[in-house]
Design a protein around this ligand. Structure first.
Ligand code: MTE
Ligand code: MO
Length: 315
């Protein structure tokens, strides 16, 4: 696939929204939405969804037909976010109770400089737009223009030590904000993990927006992981902690169904899920199925990370 990611230093100054301008526009809009939404319910809403980013478009899809973007309406109303319920429409209906300000991610573990990043710190990283396929292990997929920055940029700031071999991620788990936590469908909090080289790979991003706007709550606001060559469940939402570790960390779906979900979970049309084939997928909003690509189509960039590994065993 054609991928041309310009680094932030290459982006000319007027392409990147100055942080101050962005923040003030967002808080103005959030204030307006709050005034409207507070009408009687007493629920404090998250920030407005319609806060535009002006990140430069840095990735061009290779095949415009294959990679037509999923309509934003579909990508924000057909979701997996079990903290808000297990039906596809539950997250868009229930995630309004998630409070995304203030928000912090604690980064700790095998690092020289453990650091807590506030959401404003995260928004001050140079943001890029990345159009990625997202392939759910259930057999559906979407093409989403994310707004975010490489996870590697965050990790570099905390000085990983030589012991750091893996990166563990954790989602918020607050019953007062997340109605799905009362159901033991998974062990809460939702946790995920990557090997250090996967985490440092330039395709791996922390997303803070999509479709040029602030990330909607149902899509993992205010900050989520996106790892495009792995099944969607690796892309953990609403992250509050990132811990660098020496040992492979537990992951939610592996812990819940070890026979069905492994640690790596690379998209692999040749390895069937025990209960269904992974050879094809249906784009949300389309009717016919298309072939699933090895590594979700990102093999050129990432296959070398797995040289010498048996990917049938390490599923
Ligand atoms: N915390 C958390 N993260 C999560 C999930 C979840 O239930 N909880 N679901 C995962 C799954 S199975 C998929 S397919 C993607 C879906 O992302 P989307 O709803 O933005 O398309 O989020 C992943 N991240
Ligand atoms: Mo998924």
């Amino acid at each position: 696939m054609l991928i041309k990611v310009r680094s932030a230093s290459q982006a000319s100054e007027n392409e990147v929204t100055p942080r101050g301008l962005f923040l003030s526009r967002r808080s103005i809009m959030a204030g307006g939405a709050a005034a409207l939404a507070l009408g009687g319910t007493g629920v404090v809403p998250g920030p407005a969804l319609a806060a535009p980013f002006q990140a430069p478009l840095t990735v061009s899809p290779k095949d415009p037909k294959m990679d037509a973007q999923t309509p934003m309406k579909s990508a924000t109303s057909y979701n997996n976010f079990y903290e808000f319920g297990t039906d596809k429409t539950d997250p868009s209906e229930n995630a309004g109770t998630l409070r995304t300000r203030p928000w912090e991610i604690a980064v700790d573990g095998d690092v020289g400089k453990p650091t807590t990043f506030g959401i404003e710190d995260l928004l001050s990283f140079p943001l890029e737009e990345r159009v990625y396929r997202l392939r759910c292990v259930e057999g559906w997929s979407m093409v989403i223009p994310w707004v975010g920055f490489p996870l590697a940029e965050l990790l570099k700031r905390v000085d990983p030590t030589g012991n750091a071999k893996y990166v563990a991620f954790q989602t918020l788990a607050d019953r007062s904000q997340m109605p799905g936590l009362k159901y033991p469908v998974l062990q809460w909090p939702y946790v995920e993990g990557l090997r250090m080289d996967e985490a440092m790979h330039p395709l791996t991003i922390l997303a803070v927006g999509m479709y040029g706007e602030t990330l909607p709550n149902q899509n993992g606001a205010p900050v989520r992981l996106v790892v495009p060559w792995k099944y969607g469940f690796k892309s953990i939402k609403s992250i509050v902690r990132i811990t660098l570790t020496q040992d492979q960390p537990p992951t939610s779906w592996n812990r819940s169904q070890p026979r069905e979900y492994g640690f790596y979970s690379n998209v692999n049309p040749e390895v069937d899920h025990p209960r269904w084939s992974q050879a094809t997928e249906r784009r949300v909003g389309e009717f016919s199925r298309r072939k699933t690509l090895a590594f979700n189509g990102y093999g050129e960039e990432v296959a070398s990370l797995y040289a010498g590994m048996d990917l049938r065993k390490n599923y």
